[in-house]
Design a protein around this ligand. Structure first.
Ligand code: DMJ
Length: 566
C-alpha cells in the first residue's frame, strides 16, 4: 500500500480492521495453547522441515544451478567401452573414415608426391617421384566408393610420364611392378578408363629391360632414362618371382603375350633349379646361371611373395596351370615338414621359422611379413581341397593376432622370437633337424607368459599381412572371430598411429609414449593394403569375392582370367 493511501485513510476507517486482526490473533493463540504438547511439537517440526527444504533449494540454485539432465558421459580413449561401432556396417564406415582422413592429409600436403610424412606434413619422393601413394591408393578409393577422389586421382595419373625418371634415380623393379603396375591395372579393370591401361602399359614397358639377362631372371633395378637395367650378380626370389601376375594381366588386357611369356620364363628357371629340399628355395638367385646360390629359406622378407604367387597364379589361371599347383603343393609340404615351430611356453602358438640355405638349421623367428601365410594356406585349401592346411592357417592366424594382442599398444612388432628349448635348443616339432643353439638369457616371466620374446626391431610400420590373412580367413571359414581380431587391431592403429593429417609408423610397440614414437612415415601400402583389407573384412563376402578376384601382393584385385584366355 502506498504511503499516500495510508494518509488518506482516517482513524475511524482503520478501527474495525484492527479489531478484526486482534481477534484473529487471540483466537489463534487460544487454539495453540489448547492443542496438547505433542501436537505443538509435530506442527513445529513440519514448519522447520519446510523451511530447511526451502533454504537448501535456494543454496543449491545459487551455488550449483540446474541446467538440464546430467549429460551422457563420453568415455575416454582408454575406456574399453568406447567401442561404439558394433555392426559390420558401422565398422566398415569407420575404416572408410580412416581412409578419408589419410587421403585428405595426403591430398592436402603431398598430392602427387610419393609419400606424405604424416607428422611434419612434409612429403618425399623416395620412390622416383611418380606419386606412388596416389597410384597405390586408387583402387582403394574406388572400392570405398570415394568416386570424386578417384576421378581426381585418375586425372593426375593420366599426365604422369613414366618414361622419364629423375636424374640418377634407378627404379626398384619389383616394387614398381607390384605397387604401380598392379595399382594401375586394377584401377583400370574397375573403371575401364582407357587412360589407366595406357599408363599401365607404359609402366610395364619401361620396366621390361630388367628381363634382358642371359637367363631371363630379372635384374633388381632399372635405369629408365637409359632404357637399361642396372647390372647385378644376384636377385632375391621374391623380387624375381612376384611380377608374373601383373605381366600376365597386362598381356590379357592388351592382347600382347610377350609380357606374360617373358615373366613366365623366370618361374620355369627357378622351378628347375636345384633346391636343398623339395619346394624350398634359398632366397638368392645367381642371375647369370639361374642357380639358387645362398641365403636363408624363408616365408618372410625376400622369400614371401614368391610362394604367395604360386597359388594365386593357379587361381588366376582358373586352375588350368598345373605347374603352379605342383610348385605350391611342394612348397607348402616342405614348409609343413621343416619350418613349423611351436612355442614351448604357450602351446597354442605355432609359427613359421626360417631355415639356413642347406635346410638343416632352424631359426625360430616369425616375421610380421610371414603373417600372409595363413591367408595363403586358406586360399590353397579352398582351391585345392587341403583341409589340413586350413587347420594350420587357423593356428598361425592366432599367433599373428597374438603378436598384436600381447603388446602394450596392441600393435605388432616387425618380428617375434621363440625359444626352441631352454636346455637343448630342440623344438618339439623339429627333432630331425640339426638346430642352431643360440645362447639366450634365462627366460623372463613376461616371455613365459607371452610365449615369445621381442627382438631389437619393435616397430610397426602399418603393415597389412595379418589383416590380409584375417580377411581371407573370415571369407573361407565364416568364423566371426577374425572380424573381432581385425577390429581390435584397427582400434589400436587408430589409437596409436593417427596424426592430425594421416597415420604414421610407430617406433616401439611396447612403448605407450604415444606421439613421441611416431616416425613420420606412411608407406603407400597402408592405403593400398592395410585399410583395404580392413574394409573388405567388414564388407559382404561377395564384395570383391575371392571367387572372382585374386589380389596381387600389394592388395590390388585382379579379375580372374576370363574363360577365353585360360
Ligand atoms: C607390401 O609392399 C607387399 O605386400 C609385399 O609383398 C611385401 N610387404 C609389403 C607390405 O608389408
Amino acid at each position: 500500500m502506498s504511503s499516500e493511501a495510508t494518509v488518506r485513510l482516517g482513524l475511524a476507517d482503520e478501527l474495525p480492521l484492527l479489531e478484526k486482526r486482534q481477534s484473529l490473533k487471540s483466537r489463534l493463540r487460544a487454539r495453540w495453547y489448547k492443542t496438547d504438547r505433542l501436537g505443538r511439537a509435530i506442527f513445529s517440526l513440519v514448519i522447520l522441515t519446510l523451511c530447511a527444504a526451502v533454504v537448501s533449494r535456494v543454496l543449491i540454485e545459487v551455488f550449483s544451478p540446474f541446467d538440464g539432465w546430467p549429460a551422457v558421459t563420453i568415455p575416454s580413449e582408454d575406456d574399453e567401452d568406447n567401442d561404439t561401432a558394433r555392426s559390420d556396417e558401422e565398422r566398415r564406415q569407420a575404416v572408410k573414415a580412416a581412409m578419408k582422413h589419410a587421403w585428405g592429409g595426403y591430398r592436402k600436403y603431398a598430392f602427387g608426391k610419393d609419400e606424405l610424412q604424416p607428422v611434419s606434413n612434409k612429403s618425399n619422393d623416395k620412390w622416383g617421384g611418380w606419386g606412388v601413394s596416389l597410384i597405390d591408393a586408387l583402387d582403394t578409393l574406388h572400392i570405398m566408393e570415394m568416386h570424386e577422389e578417384f576421378k581426381e586421382g585418375v586425372t593426375h595419373v593420366a599426365n604422369i610420364d613414366f618414361s622419364k625418371a629423375r636424374a640418377n634415380y634407378t627404379t626398384p623393379f619389383f616394387e614398381m611392378v607390384i605397387r604401380s603396375l598392379g595399382g594401375l591395372l586394377s584401377a583400370y579393370e574397375m573403371s575401364l578408363d582407357p587412360r589407366l591401361l595406357k599408363k599401365a602399359q607404359q609402366v610395364g614397358d619401361v620396366l621390361m629391360p630388367a628381363f634382358n639377362t642371359s637367363t631371363g631372371i630379372p635384374y633388381p633395378r632399372v635405369d629408365i632414362n637409359s632404357g637399361k637395367a642396372v647390372p647385378a650378380d644376384r636377385v632375391c626370389i621374391a623380387e624375381a618371382g612376384t611380377v608374373q601376375l601383373e605381366y600376365w594381366k597386362l598381356s590379357e588386357l592388351t592382347g600382347n603375350s610377350v609380357y606374360h611369356d617373358t615373366a613366365q620364363r623366370v618361374v620355369d628357371v627357378l622351378d628347375k633349379a636345384r633346391k636343398p629340399h623339395k619346394g624350398l628355395y634359398p632366397i638368392w638367385v645367381d642371375i647369370d646361371s639361374g642357380k639358387l646360390v645362398s641365403g636363408q629359406i624363408t616365408f618372410g622378407g625376400r622369400g614371401d611373395s614368391w610362394y604367395e604367387y604360386m597359388i594365386k597364379q593357379y587361381i588366376y589361371s582358373r586352375h588350368s596351370k598345373d605347374q603352379y599347383r605342383r610348385m605350391y603343393e611342394e612348397s607348402v609340404d616342405g614348409m609343413k615338414a621343416m619350418m613349423i615351430g611351436q612355442s614351448i611356453y604357450d602351446s597354442e602358438l605355432y609359427y613359421v621359422g626360417d631355415l639356413d640355405s642347406t635346410a638343416t638349421k632352424f631359426s625360430p623367428r616369425f616375421e610380421h611379413l610371414t603373417c600372409f601365410v595363413p591367408g595363403m594356406l586358406a586360399l590353397g585349401s579352398k582351391a585345392l581341397g587341403r583341409p589340413d592346411d586350413l587347420e594350420l592357417a587357423k593356428k598361425l592366424s592366432y599367433t599373428c593376432f597374438q603378436m598384436y594382442n600381447r603388446t602394450d599398444t596392441g600393435l605388432s612388432p616387425e618380428y617375434v622370437q621363440f625359444r626352441v628349448d631352454e636346455d637343448t635348443g630342440i623344438s618339439p616339432l623339429q627333432e630331425e633337424i640339426d638346430f642352431t643353439t643360440v645362447k639366450l638369457k634365462a627366460p623372463t616371466d613376461k616371455e613365459k607368459k607371452d610365449g615369445y620374446y621381442l627382438g631389437s626391431n619393435r616397430g610397426y610400420i602399418l603393415r597389412p599381412e595379418t589383416l590380409e590373412s584375417l580377411m581371407v580367413m573370415y571369407r573361407v571359414t565364416g568364423d566371426k572371430i577374425y572380424k573381432e581380431w581385425g577390429w581390435q587391431i584397427f582400434r589400436a592403429i587408430e589409437k596409436w598411429t593417427k596424426t592430425p593429417s594421416a597415420y604414421s609408423a610407430y617406433r616401439d610397440v611396447t612403448s605407450t609414449k604415444g606421439s613421441k614414437e611416431l616416425t613420420d612415415s606412411m608407406e603407400s601400402f597402408f592405403l593400398a593394403e592395410t585399410l583395404k583389407y580392413l574394409y573388405l573384412l567388414f564388407s559382404p563376402v561377395d564384395y570383391y569375392s575371392l571367387d572372382e578376384y585374386v589380389f596381387n601382393t600389394e592388395a590390388h584385385p585382379f579379375k580372374i582370367l576370363s574363360r577365353s584366355h585360360s
